[in-house]
Design a binder for this molecule. Structure first.
Ligand code: ADP
Length: 519
């Protein structure tokens, strides 16, 4: 049967060979094994369910939370001469009914639907009577509560579907899935371990960069001036940030579009269309923009502030370079970003357990912004992806790896300060003590009396904060998760304190007392 699939790949799609993971996914599905495919954005997930959909008898149902993408997918199939349609809230009731009738008359091979469709028992009954080839869950991480874009309504339809006896096989597809999400999807959809196809996440055309200690607005302005004719997205953490940046850039004569959930549908549609059609090169947006935007020539994605999780960062940054061409993913970090994300977690309606999980993810994101190791490897390790090489050679940490300085002595001072403070305080208090700050809280806790008070007073508090984060990121210091996490020593700290481990910092990222950026 796989030979037939290969033939379809060549004749219908015109591609000479499968990409990594496609063949395995397709043959699992053809053997009617529930399958989970984790492949990077642009990896070619659609073909994984489309080819089996063409091979197996009956109609393939694809459930997708991305209404904006359905039409594109359907148009693409229609242009290949394949009968496909979609049903979602963008259609009138009349149109929906017409399409349902056509589905009943077996006029389609592929039907794309939004998850909400399965909340209607009428639709579930309709599906029950159809000959079904497969049911695919696109963006499957959204059905997991551990996913970064959990949609409870997507998850809640799973039991309705599993109750149907005429669905021969389920397929789940996603570009981002941690171990937790993978296990969750496996349990929900009954996917055996050997039917999880995980090709790894590495997108080797993407170069990741962290930019710190710069004025963000002027950085963006000079960046845009340099990369004039390229398409790019600038993600902000809040709508307000998007509005402000939009106004600032527009006032300076830049042609930019903006997109966030506070705008009217019409405004959003216009902005999106202008960007997709290359009328406007730069899109300033919150994370409301992008899910389902299939624009292949995005040359850069700038994050104007640190996002909350590596999952969402990788997904948003991953909208760059879908065409495989070299592209940049730049994160502009400032220490205030951490406070903002904590504030957003506190403001959310999540229960305490969910908040704790979110703080844990946030800590990983903070670590990403402070590590001196390869950024690509950091991300891949976060997703437990062991496919990647040790260092990518493209990211800002790999490229900046020129001369390094032995900072073991300073690290020992910081670590012993944490110890002397009784491992009861967080990053900012520790930085204050090292600096010798006259902050009232220091006196209240009598921290000005300990021997490490002011021991690194020739550095700014900001620089010291940066170092502490660096030690955490390099696992040389532990921190708890939460709003006010306290610092603790770990085995790495002990090794540094005992002189068993040297601490190197790369000079380009060492904040010094002389550096204007850190004053
Ligand atoms: P994903 O959903 O994983 O982000 P798509 O399914 O949209 O990716 O595929 C990305 C691009 O790669 C599409 O333009 C698709 O036609 C192309 N593609 C998919 N499979 C192959 C293949 N085997 N050979 C060449 N191109 C492919």
């Amino acid at each position: 049967m796989i030979a037939e699939a290969e033939k379809i790949l060549q004749t219908y799609y015109g591609f000479p060979a499968f990409r990594p993971g496609q063949k395995e996914t397709i043959s699992n599905i053809l053997e009617l094994k529930n399958t989970l495919a984790v492949m990077p954005t642009g990896g070619g997930k659609s073909i994984c369910y489309q080819i089996p959909g063409l091979t197996l008898d009956g109609v393939a149902i694809i459930i997708s939370p991305l209404i904006s993408l359905m039409k594109d997918q359907v148009d693409a199939l229609n242009s290949l001469g394949i009968a496909a349609t979609y049903i979602n809230s963008s259609l009138t009731t009349g149109e929906q009914q017409q399409r349902i009738q056509d589905i009943q008359a077996n006029r389609y091979k592929f039907v794309y639907v939004a998850p909400e469709r399965f909340e209607s028992s009428y639709f579930v009954q309709l599906v029950k009577r159809l000959p079904i080839a497969l049911v695919a869950f696109d963006e499957a991480h959204c059905i997991s509560q551990w996913g970064h874009d959990f949609r409870p309504s997507y998850r809640s339809i799973v039991p309705n579907l599993k109750a149907l006896s005429n669905i021969p096989v389920y397929v789940a597809l996603t570009a981002t899935a941690t171990e937790e999400v993978i296990t969750d999807i496996q349990n929900l959809l009954h996917v055996d371990h050997e039917h999880v196809i995980n090709t790894g996440f590495e997108r080797d055309n993407l170069a990741f960069h962290i930019v710190k200690g710069k004025d963000k607005q002027s950085y963006v302005r000079s960046f845009l001036a340099e990369r004039k004719n390229e398409s790019g997205i600038i993600y902000t953490a809040t709508r307000k940030q998007a509005d402000t940046l939009f106004d600032q850039l527009t006032a300076k004569g830049y042609s930019v579009a903006k997109y966030h959930a506070g705008l009217s549908e019409d405004e959003r549609k216009k902005a999106q269309a202008a960007f997709i059609q290359d009328e406007i090169q730069v899109m300033i947006a919150t994370n409301a923009f992008g899910m389902g935007i299939d624009k292949s020539n995005v040359r850069y994605v700038i994050h104007y502030a640190m996002p909350m999780t590596i999952e969402s960062y990788y997904q948003e940054a991953g909208r760059a370079g879908r065409d495989g061409e070299p592209s940049d993913c730049i994160l502009l970090f400032s220490p205030q970003d951490i406070q903002l994300q904590k504030f957003l977690i506190e403001q959310s309606l999540m229960d305490d357990e969910a908040k704790r999980a979110e703080y844990r993810k946030l800590q990983a994101m903070i670590n990403y912004c402070h590590t001196h190791s390869c950024l690509t490897s950091f991300i891949l390790e976060y997703f437990n992806d062991t496919h990647g090489k040790k260092s990518c050679g493209r990211c800002s940490n790999c490229v900046n790896r020129t001369d390094r300085t032995d900072m073991t002595k300073e690290a020992q001072m910081i670590l012993s300060c944490v110890k002397r403070m009784g491992e009861r305080f967080g990053v900012s208090m520790t930085a204050k003590v090292l600096k010798g700050s006259r902050d009232k809280k220091i006196k209240d806790f009598k921290l000005h009396l300990i021997s490490t008070y002011g021991i690194l007073s020739n550095y700014t508090e900001k620089a010291l904060t940066e170092w502490i984060h660096f030690l955490i990121a390099e696992k040389l210091l532990a921190t708890e998760e939460g709003r006010y996490p306290t610092l603790r020593l770990n085995q790495g700290s002990v090794d540094v304190l005992m002189g068993k481990q040297t601490v190197w910092m790369y000079s380009t990222v060492i904040p010094t007392s002389e550096s204007a950026d850190y004053r």
